[in-house]
Structures are given as structure tokens and as C-alpha cells.
Design a protein around this ligand. Structure first.
Ligand SMILES: Cc1ncc(COP(=O)(O)O)c(C=O)c1O
Length: 370
């Protein structure tokens, strides 16, 4: 394949435009600092992880072995039952949320889904896709679900199973729902059967190390947990991990002759490169590296909130959050720094975010009309 000079120029222009945009985004929770150059050689293959990563299959140009290691790493981190978990590498948090609710619906076809107003839009999309009757629960001002409203809504349907999506880091405020409290609320109002899916898109890799540890993992009552790989850990393409109880996955499993494997995943053909990227990240970092990266980010997040407060901007963050919440920023600031904005704006201090970038943003916000 060769490219004509005109198209080569266009390709160069695209590269420079992505490079420049990459240097000034602060409003999305994507890591900026990674180097996967040793993995570029894998781009020569039509890698495809189709089928169940834990099962042999006919097509062998895959990275299943590494995918399983990544899944096992997170299973341990999220205190999954030793022989009772299963998981795979997804295209991102959205797929993980759809998968979690899918397993929940297959377990309880007449269940009602509950999730808070602050949930990522992929959650209501999953509920619509799966044709799940659902109730949107109020949130507290810091983003965590309102347990009283959950109790009210679940009590109205106490004779039906509940399918809950708990946010372990809401999209805008990094508010964290408590899966143990959710379980207790459901019990108290008389809901006898429930499935809890934890959406830990951003916080998953560091939540186990926070003190106090958020209540979100398998031992805390979750039946499935998902994270995004490109958020805290960092990846050049969207990816994620979903973990679930094996007994629930068996319910959706089908043997497929065409692939000589089991069909347990949402997508058929799946990225073989992202498991290698995530494997490389966790092996390079280890637990100590993840903790170190989190500490650096948290210090910068605290600095950002303090500096904005000093300049009269009402910025705040949840305990141990990397997300600094602030009043909606002015259009020019939003466009230049790619600041996600709804009723509030936010800055997310991810690995690779520099003090220089944050200082430039702080000045821009302080000097803007707001
Ligand atoms: C809490 C939460 N869940 C899910 C998602 C969706 O993740 P992805 O973009 O990886 O599909 C996001 C994305 O921002 C999120 O913040």
C-alpha cells in the first residue's frame, strides 16, 4: 500500500491536529502518559480475540493468554471468588455496563433496574437496549446515590428483583455509591432478589487502595464490576475489563462451531491488541506503580482545587477524587481545554497531566468572565 502525496499531507495534518489536541485536554478522564512503543510490532497481525478468552478456539492469532492474566489481576484486586469469577476485555466501560445489566436481566428477567441520575449515559442506554423497566434514582449533591430515594422506589416494587448499577466514581463528580449500603437498603424494604453491577470506569484500578476503601467489589456485594482501561491506566484505544460471577456467565454461554469456542462475550471479533496493552501496563506498574501514580494525581487534584479556591472559584472534590468539580466554565475555556460541562464543569487529573497544564487552565478560568 502506498499513499499519494496529497493524502500523505492530510495524514500528517491529522497527526499534528491530534497531537496538539492531546496537549490540551483536561476535562476527560483519559491518561495522557504512556509509552507502548515495544508493542507496535503486534500491529502487523490481524489479532482477534474472538471467543471466550479462557477456552481454546480455532483461530489462534490472539492474545487470550494475556487477556486472562489481566482479568485475573483485576479479579484479585476486586476480591472475586477464587474459582467463581469470569471476565474479558471489552471495548470500554459502556460495553462493561451493557454486559453487567445483560447478566442481571438473564438472571432476573422480570427485574427492575435502578441507577442514579448521575450515572453515565451508557447505563440508561443499556437499560433501553435490554428493554429493562427502570427507575432513575435521585443523587446527593456530591454525586452519590440518594439511598432514601432508592428505598422509596425499590419499596414500590418490593416483590420484583432489583438490578442495580452502582457508580464507583460518577462521570462528572466522581461520587461513589456504596454497594453494602445499597444491599442493606434493598433488604430493609423487602426486596428479596437483587443483582448489583459496579461501574468503576475511572476509579476501579485505584479504588481498592483508598483509605477508607469504597464499598464496591465482590466481597462488598457486587455481582459484576467494570473498568475502562484507557482512563486511569491509559491506552491508545478505548478498552476496558468486565468481571462477573461465573455462575451468571454460564447462563448466557453458547457453544459455537464456527469459532470452536464458547460465545460468552458481547462482541464477536474482539481487539487482540488492547489486552496486550493492559497486560503491559499492569506488569510495568504493579500495585506499587498504580499507588504511586494515584498519589501524584491526587496531589495535583488537591492543588488545582486549592488554587482555584484562592482565586475565588468555587471548586471542590470528593474525598480522594481525581475529579475537580467547578461551576460551568466559559465557552472559550471549555473549547480550548476540552472541558466536559453539564450543570457543572470538571477537570480530571489523570496520569500524565502536568502542573504546567493545570496552571494554564487555572489562570484561564480565573481570568475568564465565567
Ligand atoms: C462512570 C462511567 N461509566 C462508564 C463510562 C463509559 O466508558 P467508556 O467511555 O469507556 O465506554 C464512563 C465514561 O466516561 C464513565 O464516566
Amino acid at each position: 500500500m502506498t499513499l499519494g502525496s496529497q493524502n500523505l499531507t492530510r495524514l500528517d495534518q491529522l497527526f499534528y491536529s491530534m497531537r496538539d489536541a492531546n496537549a490540551c485536554f483536561l476535562g476527560y478522564p483519559f491518561a495522557k502518559d504512556f509509552n507502548y512503543e515495544p508493542l507496535w510490532r503486534f500491529l502487523k497481525f490481524t489479532g482477534n480475540n474472538l471467543g471466550d478468552p479462557f477456552e481454546p478456539g480455532t483461530y489462534r492469532v490472539n492474545s487470550h493468554a494475556f487477556e486472562c492474566e489481566v482479568v485475573e489481576f483485576f479479579a484479585q484486586l476486586f476480591r472475586a471468588p477464587d474459582d467463581g469469577f469470569w471476565g474479558y476485555i471489552t471495548n470500554g466501560g459502556t460495553e462493561g455496563n451493557i454486559y453487567g445489566l445483560y447478566l442481571g436481566r438473564e438472571l432476573y428477567p422480570d427485574g427492575v433496574a435502578y441507577f442514579s441520575r448521575d450515572s453515565h449515559y451508557s447505563v440508561s442506554k443499556a437499560a433501553r437496549l435490554l428493554r429493562l423497566e427502570h427507575a432513575v434514582v435521585d443523587s446527593q449533591s456530591h454525586g452519590e446515590i440518594n439511598y432514601d430515594d432508592l428505598a422509596r422506589k425499590a419499596s414500590n416494587e418490593r416483590n420484583r428483583p432489583a438490578l442495580i448499577v452502582a457508580n464507583i466514581g460518577t462521570t462528572m463528580k466522581e461520587g461513589r455509591d456504596d454497594t453494602s449500603k445499597i444491599r442493606a437498603v434493598l433488604r430493609d424494604v423487602g426486596v428479596r432478589e437483587s443483582y448489583v453491577h459496579a461501574d468503576a470506569a475511572l476509579c476501579g484500578p485505584y479504588a481498592p487502595f483508598l483509605n477508607p476503601k469504597p464499598s464496591f467489589d465482590f466481597e462488598d456485594g457486587a455481582d459484576s464490576v467494570t473498568i475502562s482501561g484507557h482512563k486511569f491506566l491509559g491506552a491508545p484505544m478505548p478498552c476496558g475489563v468486565v468481571l462477573a460471577r461465573k455462575s451468571n456467565v454460564r447462563r448466557v454461554m453458547r457453544a459455537i462451531d464456527y469459532i470452536g469456542s464458547l460465545d460468552t462475550t458481547l462482541s464477536g471479533s474482539r481487539n487482540a491488541y488492547s489486552p496486550i496493552v493492559l497486560w503491559y501496563a499492569i506488569r510495568c506498574l504493579g500495585i506499587a506503580g498504580i499507588k504511586r501514580m494515584f498519589d501524584q494525581c491526587e496531589q495535583l487534584a488537591a492543588y488545582t482545587a486549592d488554587e482555584l479556591n484562592d482565586r475565588g472559584v468555587d471548586a471542590w472534590r470528593n474525598p480522594h477524587a481525581l475529579t475537580v468539580v467547578l461551576p460551568p466554565v466559559e465557552e472559550g475555556v471549555k473549547a480550548k481545554w476540552q472541558i466536559a460541562t453539564q450543570d457543572v464543569s470538571h477537570v480530571v487529573v489523570t496520569p500524565g497531566t502536568t502542573k504546567q497544564q493545570l496552571d494554564a487552565l487555572i489562570e484561564a478560568i480565573a481570568n475568564s468572565g465565567r
